[in-house]
Every structure is written in structure tokens, then in C-alpha cells.
Design a binder for this molecule. Structure first.
Ligand code: SAH
Length: 342
């Protein structure tokens, strides 16, 4: 797919096809504006014919708007696969939550993304395509971007698709393209320890978010199969390394599941595990997933949990749930075609 190429690679490719280099730059520009191929008027017909099959479709299958203004996008990739993303408006900017894989093989028991396992990785260009589509759909262009912040928190495990995800960072930072810097990107992982080290060693410095969801390995193993592979201690050591290399504070996600990890003693234990480490804890009330037999916390309990963490010296907030009425909240993104839910 043409979006997988950097600007330089695209120009070289177009030259190889026998066209002048500047045609590559024009093509790049059209793609960055999410133009459909039939909307391109400044390129010769024979060039368009030649690249037709590799040109991204920029296709929105469906867009659902929540009462709170959040939009859930359902996109169709060139091979027909469906993925979802969520666009959220905040005071400081607009955040797009993007997917990195079709499905997921991590198997977390509370999450809809892994209901059908991993179907395939998304390429770097397919990850970028989601942003270009939503930028255009919300009236943005390359000068005035409608999408300013990116979170890799849609379906998929980003560190399980390392090469494509890091190539995507490079594409996203192109100053003639979206020009979104690493400062505005958050990568969320369930904790693939070796790739946390690799990310730091390769010189990336996106914000690292860890889906921890438990104060100890026994509880973590109940809902997250990855906990059988890496311990919380190993994850925290990797986070310390990442922090030392990048200077970026680590964010820990803690989804509260009723009767599993939501007691005061769990907050106390968590605060001991994270004490003295420059981090922030995001407490997330479990969002409903119909196939999963788990309950979220009730009433004020997320706030009581977060207050306990604060009392014990941590920085913590309760994450506002956006888009739950359109199945767009954390953990609700799925392959809707497989679920016949679109
Ligand atoms: N695979 C990566 C990226 C997914 S991010 C990761 O695990 O971090 C999606 C976030 O939502 C993760 O923190 C995930 O654990 C959390 N989540 C999954 N299902 C959820 C649910 N039903 N309610 C609330 N949060 C959920």
C-alpha cells in the first residue's frame, strides 16, 4: 500500500515507475489530505492507473456519534477488513484512539478486541490512514489539523506489531504530512517487556502507558494471560529503564473489575508497588462488554480507590468514560463485522 512509503520512498518508487520525482510529492500530498483516487486532478491518468490498486481507499464504513460528542469510526481497509477508532474532543486538543491490529492475541478477559484472536497486523500505512481519514472528516487539513493527539489504545497490542508501529511514528512525524510529534503520542501496552526495552534503545520517546490492572501477579493472572509470561516486577524494571532513557513519566492504567481488584487493600498494595516511581495512575471503571462475564464498579468506588492511591502518595485520577453509548469506550472496540453488530 502506498501509504507505507515515507515521502522519500514514495518519490523513489514513482521515479522507478518512469515518472518525474515531483509526481511522487504530489501523490504524497493527495494522500495526506485523504483524497480518494478519483478526486486527484493534478496527476496524469496513466500514473493513476498504474498505482490504482495500491492507493488507500480512505473509506469510512460507518461513523457513530455519542451524546458526549465522541465519534466512533468504523473503517474498511483495502482488503475489506474492518477496524474501529474513537475521536474525542478535549479542551487541550482532539485525540484519536487508533487500532494497531485487526483483533488481538493477548486474550485479556475483560476486553472485546481479542474475542476472535488476532486476525492480522496493520501495516504502518494502515495505522496512519485512520488519522488521515478522521482529520479530513472533521474539517482538518495539513495546516489546521483536526486531530492533534494520538493514543494507540484501540484494538491490538502495539508492541506485538513493533516494526509497523515504529515505522508509523516516523510517517506521522513527517513535517510535510501530519507533522505530529512523539510528544503527542501515547502507546498503551499490556506489558511486552522485551519490546519496552527495545523501544527505549531504539530512541523512541512516546508516552508509555501500561495496562497493569492488578496490584500483584496472582490477581493479574486472573484476567490477563500475559501475566503468566512477565511479572509486574519485570514490567516495572522495564518502565524504570524507559523513564531513565526518555525522561517521560509512565502512566499506569488500572481498570476496576468488581470483586477482582477493587478493594481498598488492592489500592494499598498498588501504592506500595509503585511508590517512589515517577508515574500516574489512571483508574478506569470497567466498561461493559456483553460477551464478558465481568462487572464494573458501582457508585463512587472508582473515586474512593483513586483517593486511597493519592492518600498513599501516588498521582491518580479517574478516567472519564467517553463514548460508552456507542461502544467506543476502553475495551469496547472490536471487529464488528465478525460480531454482525455494524
Ligand atoms: N493492547 C494494549 C492497547 C489497548 S488499550 C493494552 O493492553 O494496553 C485499551 C485499554 O483499555 C487497555 O488499558 C485495556 O486493558 C483497557 N480495557 C480493556 N477492556 C476494558 C473494559 N472492558 N473496560 C475498561 N477498560 C478496558
Amino acid at each position: 500500500m502506498l501509504l507505507d512509503y515515507s515521502r522519500e520512498e514514495l518519490c523513489a518508487y514513482i521515479e522507478k515507475l518512469g515518472f518525474p520525482k515531483f509526481r511522487g510529492a504530489q501523490l504524497f500530498d493527495a494522500m495526506m489530505q485523504a483524497k480518494k483516487i478519483n478526486e486527484i486532478t493534478n496527476l496524469p491518468k496513466n500514473l493513476l492507473k498504474e498505482i490504482e490498486l495500491e492507493y488507500p481507499h480512505f473509506e469510512i464504513e460507518r461513523c457513530l456519534e455519542s451524546k458526549d460528542g465522541t465519534k466512533k469510526y468504523i473503517y474498511r481497509m483495502n482488503d475489506g477488513e474492518i477496524i474501529e477508532g474513537v475521536f474525542m474532543k478535549y479542551k487541550y486538543g482532539n485525540t484519536l484512539c487508533i487500532s494497531t491490529q485487526v483483533g488481538c492475541r493477548m486474550g485479556c478477559k475483560f476486553c472485546a478486541s481479542s474475542l476472535h484472536g488476532l486476525i492480522r497486523n496493520l501495516s504502518a500505512g494502515e495505522i496512519l490512514e485512520q488519522i488521515l481519514i478522521v482529520n479530513r472528516d472533521n474539517g482538518g487539513d495539513l495546516k489546521h489539523r483536526a486531530v492533534t493527539n494520538i493514543v494507540l489504545m484501540g484494538s491490538g497490542e502495539p508492541l506485538d506489531n513493533y516494526d509497523n508501529v515504529t515505522k508509523f511514528f516516523k510517517l506521522l512525524g513527517d513535517e510535510k504530512g501530519m507533522n505530529i510529534s512523539q510528544r503527542n503520542i501515547s502507546l498503551s501496552t499490556c506489558g511486552l517487556v522485551p519490546n519496552i526495552y527495545k523501544l527505549a534503545d531504539d530512541g523512541w520517546n512516546v508516552t508509555l502507558t501500561i495496562s497493569l490492572h492488578a496490584p500483584n501477579d496472582d490477581i493479574r493472572r486472573k484476567t490477563m494471560p500475559i501475566a503468566n509470561k512477565y511479572s509486574i516486577n519485570e514490567i516495572i524494571d522495564a518502565c524504570k529503564y524507559y523513564f531513565e532513557k526518555t525522561g517521560r513519566r509512565i502512566i499506569f492504567e488500572y481498570t476496576l473489575v468488581k470483586g477482582v481488584n477493587d478493594k481498598t487493600e488492592h489500592a494499598e498494595e498498588l501504592s506500595k508497588v509503585l511508590r517512589g516511581f515517577p508515574c500516574h495512575v489512571n483508574v478506569i471503571p470497567l466498561n461493559y462488554v456483553k460477551e464478558r462475564n465481568l462487572q464494573g464498579p458501582t457508585g463512587k468506588s472508582p473515586y474512593i480507590f483513586a483517593d486511597k492511591l493519592i492518600e498513599k502518595g501516588l498521582s491518580a485520577t479517574v478516567r472519564r468514560t467517553l463514548g460508552a453509548d456507542i461502544g467506543g469506550a476502553c475495551g469496547q472496540l472490536r471487529n464488528s463485522i465478525l460480531d454482525k453488530k455494524v
